[in-house]
Design a protein around this ligand. Structure first.
Ligand SMILES: Cc1ncc(C[n+]2csc(CCOP(=O)(O)OP(=O)(O)O)c2C)c(N)n1
Ligand SMILES: [Mg+2]
Length: 533
């Protein structure tokens, strides 16, 4: 068969039904082969900046491998910021990169570039298709590497001249190394370690999502009466926020984390590679610590781990749960910290009251959150199942809108809600086209404060006050124009009454992709705004 067919049929036989990408001449063999397949679909994004988070959001929400196709050097360059994000959040992505036709590569044709070097800076491994003899083995190896934890993007460079050649290979399922459990002795060690704790805390991150370990984590938390915190910037909610032991996301500041964890004597990190924080702050974490997770690249923010094992977190927690003395099921006393509920402000729409109302209205939806300074409000009140709240995870904004489109394509029957800051919504807004083209029914809530309010909050700390550069008006951005450009419905609300009317007009289930633009008074801060720095 042609290598292009093999390249598509191998992921297809391994459960991949979609490839996201922005194609060019080098992708013509691939796109043509895709159009001849019955199941596999090539989902066009209008830029690589949108294609990568679409594949990432799709992968996270469906807990499967995402595949994205990028066009030679500039296309790969456009995708790199969001490949970085996928790597930090630990998403399994196979990145098919169009190489140049090797017959004239020595002439430096347009779009040529150091693909290996570029991809190598944001992918955990880079493979190439070099000859018809190594091609099948390298396709399988790239796929196997992408499916093997720790998850991250894996690149496969695909020169189109080779894709047209016949190879002698049969597509098949690849064998992925089985996830490892703890040794019996290590399982006992963790259990003894937890038994010495008076007030343990569990800190969960992405591995819990990918290993499907939320239920085992909840079981351990119940047995220990320990709260479960999500590590700061965890890209997918690792445990149900309805759980009686869920204690919220840790704030992205070491000082605030230290304050929050002060009542605890033992910290058990389940998954992840450490604590991702925003600005430098001075603080100690004097607690005894243990870690378990998928990546050898883990680090302790302060002090050292007494125990650390690389293992599948679901298997490991099962083993530990089998050994933990079955105590009475205990709820944690330490839950999300209370906040003062804001009074209704005259005619304006308070951002916290708006978020609260929207969470109540769409409590059964999957949420994608890049709402800037409102993010901590969303986390304060959300009551969502594990895996159904997604953020970029890296701090790299411009991911959320396109990721939500990927989530909506992956979870066709579910309502998806994206809540995005006005600034963040404009990095890859062309993703709206892909949603319209595929008839998703996404709700995009744009928080229009005409500011980079998060940066002003940081400037308050670092520069003594807001900076002119962080005001993004004039002109006043009118999102109805954006909605119209891409064939989306547009609603807007500047008061609580208008918000109520908008929600009413949406009905029980959205009938069309809708932008709901909330016109906010920038003087009104989210009630949890101080948690960001
Ligand atoms: C890729 C990337 N570019 C720039 C930044 C810096 N940055 C952090 S927050 C922010 C503004 C976010 O604005 P908006 O989405 O309107 O939310 P708000 O802060 O107003 O709540 C920017 C530009 C970043 N984090 N990532
Ligand atoms: Mg803003």
């Amino acid at each position: 068969m042609k290598l292009s067919t093999y390249l598509l049929e191998t992921p297809e036989r391994n459960g991949v039904p979609r490839i996201f990408g922005n194609p060019g001449t080098t992708e013509i063999p691939l796109v043509r082969a895709c159009e001849q397949r019955r199941k596999l679909r090539y989902i066009v994004a209008l830029s690589e900046v949108a294609a990568v988070p679409m594949a990432d959001g799709y992968a996270r929400a469906t807990r499967t491998l995402g595949v994205v196709n990028l066009h030679v050097a500039p296309g790969l360059g456009n995708g790199m910021g969001n490949l970085y994000t996928a790597g930090i959040a630990g998403t399994p992505l196979l990145v098919l990169i169009g190489g140049q036709d090797r017959r004239f590569l020595h002439t430096n044709p347009i779009l040529w570039g150091p693909l290996e070097k570029m991809a190598g800076s944001v992918c955990k491994a880079v493979f190439g298709l070099n000859t018809r003899f190594d091609a099948a083995a390298n396709v399988k190896q790239a796929l196997r590497t992408a499916l093997t934890p720790p998850y991250a993007p894996v690149a496969l460079i695909c020169p189109p001249d080779l894709l047209e050649q016949e190879i002698d290979a049969v597509p098949a399922r690849v064998t992925v190394p089985a996830p490892s459990a703890l040794s019996a002795e290590d399982a006992r060690r963790y259990t003894r370690f937890l038994a010495t704790a008076k007030k343990p805390a569990l800190i969960a991150a992405e591995d819990v999502h990918w290993n499907n370990a939320g239920a085992e984590l909840e079981k351990l938390a119940m047995a220990l009466g320990a709260p479960v915190y999500a590590a700061p910037y965890t890209g997918v909610l690792p445990i149900a926020s309805r759980s009686p032991n869920y204690a919220g996301y840790l704030p992205p500041s070491l000082k605030q984390i230290a304050d929050r964890l002060l009542p605890h004597d033992v910290l058990f990190f389940v998954g992840g590679r450490g604590l991702r924080t925003t600005l430098y702050s001075e603080a100690r974490l004097p607690q005894r610590k243990a870690w378990i997770g998928n990546s050898p690249d883990m680090r302790s923010a302060d002090g050292e781990f007494e125990l650390a094992c690389i293992a599948d977190t679901n298997e490991a927690l099962k083993q530990i749960n089998a050994l933990v003395k079955p105590g009475a099921k205990r709820k944690s006393a330490l839950l999300r910290p209370a906040v003062a509920w804001p009074a209704r402000p005259g005619a304006s729409l308070h951002p916290s009251r708006a978020i609260h109302a929207l969470l109540a209205r769409f409590r059964d939806a999957i949420w994608v959150d890049e709402s800037g300074l409102s993010t901590s409000d969303v986390r304060q009140w959300m009551e969502l199942p594990a895996g159904e709240y997604l953020i970029n995870g890296s701090g790299g904004i411009g991911w959320g809108l396109a990721a939500a489109v990927g989530v909506a394509i992956g979870c066709g029957k579910r309502q998806v809600v994206a809540v995005i800051g006005d600034g963040s919504s404009l990095y890859a807004s062309e993703a709206l086209w892909t949603a319209a083209h595929h008839g998703t029914k996404l709700l995009l809530i744009v928080l229009s404060n005409r500011r980079y309010a998060t940066l002003n909050a940081a400037a308050g700390r670092l520069a003594g006050g807001a900076l002119a550069a962080f005001t993004i008006e004039p002109p006043v951005l009118d999102f109805s124009g954006l909605a119209q450009l891409y064939g989306w419905r547009h609603l807007q609300a500047a008061t609580e009454r208008e918000l109520e009317a908008s929600l009413k007009s949406l009905g029980n289930r959205l009938q069309a992709n809708t932008v709901l633009e909330l016109k906010l008074d920038p003087a009104l801060q989210p009630v949890t705004a101080s948690r960001h720095f």
